[in-house]
Design a protein around this ligand. Sequence first.
Ligand code: T4K
Length: 378
Amino acid sequence: MNNNKKKNKEEKILVTRSSMPSIEEYMEELRSVWDSRYLTNMGVKHEELKEALKAYLKVDNIELFTNGHNAIELSLQAFALKGEVITTPFTFASTTHAIVRCGLKPVFCDINPKDYTMDPGRIRELITDRTCAILPVHVYGNICRVDEIDRIAKEYGLKVIYDAAHAFGESLDGRGIGTFGDASCYSFHATKVFHTIEGGAVCFGNREKAFGEMLYLLKDFGISRENNVEAVGTNAKLNEFCAVMGLCNLRHIAEEIARRKKVSERYDRNLQGIPGLTLRKAQPGLTMNYGYYPILFNKEIFGLSRDEAAEILSANGIFARKYFYPTTNAFDCYRGIFDPAETPVAKQISEQVLTLPLFADLPLEEVDRICSIIINRG
Ligand code: T4K
């Protein structure tokens, strides 16, 4: 039995692993919540977290939610959008489902092969008189071409809502990512760089005051005050236990990102320059959060397909993930409604991409082992 197989018997390495504060730190932060018996509905910790995140993310306004998905759905609802939304199929199910669940029609724009975000050169040809918004995704924390998207949106009077689920804490030339477009939706899921167990947020500018008020209403059933319900809302309130987790995790966020950077750089060192493997490229001016480590496998050059590489890794106890395969326009639930052939770049990337394990406490020797398994095919 080789060393890699032996290791496999000992432990599995999953694509990610939630970072945690110490239990003592969490309990200490939780104590006042426990004593107060005020557990949810925009409590003290919820408000504290809101202020802390506003400062950290360098945004004017923020509303917190139960998860990133509700942040997107309620943003679409709060803007009272009707018609078609131009979006990307190279994303998690949430982005497309949110559009559909709001009674809107997703119109899929292909992605660019450099950073896998929406290709702005293809947006204009998709705009019709029914288009109301653009919903791009900062996929893997790669930032969309925000200037070009903004220009097109202004020209046609469209809203821009970014899915910033992967972009926590990132900035472009010093400007917080959450300040681009009309709104940006974050996920604080347990698998993210920053998490509140489950959670999410929408960031928006001061121009969008009415939007912010509507978001607040919608996450609490549309109740404006006792005996008064103004909108058909839902329940999407972040509870105090989650807010406490967020307050603790935010204290350690700089270290979290620094440790992820080390892991990511170790992958770069081991894998760069290998013909047939495409690594993520740094984007000029972007301060990254190192949330994901995607690589593309070109079977003709490297000799292994993405699926073969994933199988070899899993035989060695390493569970990389095919984020994002299939593209959302190829999901079974959308068969006959959308056509993945209309977004050929997204289709190809989704068939080649594998996101390797990346988390703060992944030992660098394990990174070396993962790379050696890929390079040596086992
Ligand atoms: N937009 C985009 C672009 C997104 O990627 C997402 C979420 C959203 C919107 C929606 O945001 P949320 O509503 O989720 O806040 C995971 C996450 O559940 C999901 O949040 C995330 N994207 C997606 C990319 O990844 P799955 O189905 O792959 O999760 P699962 O359970 O297979 O977990 C993946 C790995 O994470 C496991 O192998 C182990 C590790 N893990 C998992 C859990 C649940 C932990 O370490 N701790 C945990 O508590 O979706």
